[in-house]
Design a protein around this ligand. Structure first.
Ligand SMILES: Cc1cc2nc3c(=O)[nH]c(=O)nc-3n(C[C@H](O)[C@H](O)[C@H](O)COP(=O)(O)OP(=O)(O)OC[C@H]3O[C@@H](n4cnc5c(N)ncnc54)[C@H](O)[C@@H]3O)c2cc1C
Length: 427
């Protein structure tokens, strides 16, 4: 039986490992945390919102134990302003034309997946893998997959300068999980404006973005993950001194009052979740695309998956979705390879196909929203603000970036889109 090592046990590593065990490989999964440490001593990696089409990957491997009963969202409610205090444009739309997505606490998911892993026939090793160790792992296995996210170890695989335009973080990030102070169900927060639970997105051309993402917290259940994306140095870039989740929520509430006065009632009602000192984070990173494979000091080959392959800025929630898709992609191509060698030409082809099938359009779509939008994209947003059917097409582009990126980027296609929906095309 061919031996495969998966180093790093976030979603991408766990899903790859489960898929490969089920495809008949001898898989060792290396995690720097035990299931208990994941559940009780870890920060969430992010707001973790996944679209239904992507949760299908977890369903296909028998890994989805939560989505049918969790708090879910169905689309977007976007308030977009060129500058704080300027005119406001509102856009609504459903993702996946009504299927619902979910942000399920990653700590709960990974903890369970690690606990179950040996029961399905895999081998779990707990420990932080360093360069010497991955060198040995790569030589002892037929294939080694690196799923260490954005951690130091990911540097075993070089950044690909062809696709990585950034030399610094594009946003300073802060996130905290919030619930209602008054005991209302959080789904009511935006219920006066929409008849489904949205990801609520506030976008300011001059200072950055913040959004409430429907989130199933491990103990509180229905909550929102509140995420700030501050342009460095802007007036919402205030989280540098935050030392707790309550600090993030206090600073964040004040930002909401100052920048979105129409949402003061939500700022007043939201409070950091109880009994969880870890449900928050602050930080920054430089988004990057890595090469198809890396070489360890003794010549072992290592291929990336998830954030190690592409680390997206969270602005459009592409990272977790790519983690699932890239994991399934790798399982499928490895299974299709059968007994043939994992030689360098194949590794390079796998990297290129992953980029073309699942990476490039998601990357370009995501990065588009980090900068001033081109006229074609502004036209699409303006059209969607007048017709929810156009909003559905726009926001379905978040899980299906290949369908909407060409329209956002092209003058003629965006004009055709505007004509179609201005003439009254309906849902
Ligand atoms: C603030 C924020 C909000 C986000 N919101 C969303 C969202 O709403 N939707 C979405 O799709 N994406 C979102 N993302 C992105 C998403 O969280 C990531 O893309 C996703 O977690 C990537 O999964 P991964 O398994 O590749 O990496 P990770 O989740 O980072 O997992 C990597 C694992 O490897 C382990 N590891 C690292 N180094 C070692 C080592 N040396 N030895 C052993 N183990 C190691 C780590 O401990 C970790 O468990 C967000 C990201 C951030 C920062």
């Amino acid at each position: 039986m061919r031996k495969i090592a998966v180093v790093g046990a976030g979603p991408a590593g766990c899903i790859t490992a489960y898929g490969l065990v089920q495809a008949g490989y001898e898989v060792t999964l290396y995690s720097d945390r035990t299931p208990d440490e994941w559940l009780n001593k870890s920060r969430p990696t992010g707001s973790a919102y996944l679209y239904e089409d992507v949760i299908d990957v977890e369903r296909s491997y028998g890994m989805d134990h939560w989505s049918s009963s969790s708090f879910r969202g169905q689309g977007f409610l976007l308030d977009s302003l060129a500058t704080v205090g300027g005119p406001r444009m509102t856009v609504t739309g459903r993702t996946e034309f009504g299927r619902r997505g979910a942000g399920i606490d990653q700590r709960m998911r990974v903890s369970r997946w690690l606990s179950d892993f040996e029961g399905i026939g895999g081998k779990l090793v707990i420990g932080s893998v360093d360069l010497d160790w991955i060198d040995k792992i790569a030589l002892a296995n037929d294939l080694t997959i690196l799923a260490a996210g954005k951690a130091e170890l990911s540097k075993v695989i070089e950044v690909d300068p062809r696709w990585s335009p950034f030399s610094s973080p594009q946003r300073n990030l802060a996130m905290a999980v919030v619930k209602s102070r008054s005991g209302r169900h959080v789904s009511e927060w935006f219920g006066d404006r929409l008849d489904y639970v949205p990801t609520k997105f506030n976008q300011f051309g001059d200072v950055g973005e913040y959004f409430w993402v429907p989130y199933e917290h491990k103990t509180e259940g229905a909550t929102f993950a509140l995420l700030f994306e501050a342009r460095p140095g802007s007036m919402i870039d205030r989280f540098g001194e935050a030392a707790s989740g309550a600090d993030v929520v206090a600073i964040g509430s004040q930002i909401v009052r100052e920048t979105a006065p129409w949402e003061t009632h939500i700022a007043d009602d939201m409070v950091y979740v109880d009994d969880d000192p870890h449900a928050w984070l602050t930080g920054r990173f430089t988004p990057a695309v890595r090469k198809a494979f890396g070489v360890t000091p003794s010549g072992g080959r290592v291929i990336p998956v998830g954030d190690t392959a592409i680390s997206f800025d969270p602005v459009c929630g592409q990272g977790g979705n790519f983690a699932n898709r890239s994991a399934k992609f790798l399982v499928d191509v490895i299974a299709a390879r059968g007994e043939q060698a994992y030689d360098d030409a194949w590794l390079a082809q796998v990297g290129q196909d992953l980029w073309l099938d699942h990476g490039r359009t998601a990357w370009e779509f995501n990065n588009l929203f980090l900068e001033k939008l081109p006229a074609s994209a502004t036209r699409v947003l303006e059209t969607a603000s007048t017709n929810p059917a156009a909003g559905d097409v726009l926001f379905n582009g978040f899980p299906h970036t290949d369908r909407v990126l060409p329209i956002l980027m092209s003058e003629p296609l965006s004009r055709e889109f505007a004509d179609r929906y201005s003439l009254g095309a309906t849902r």
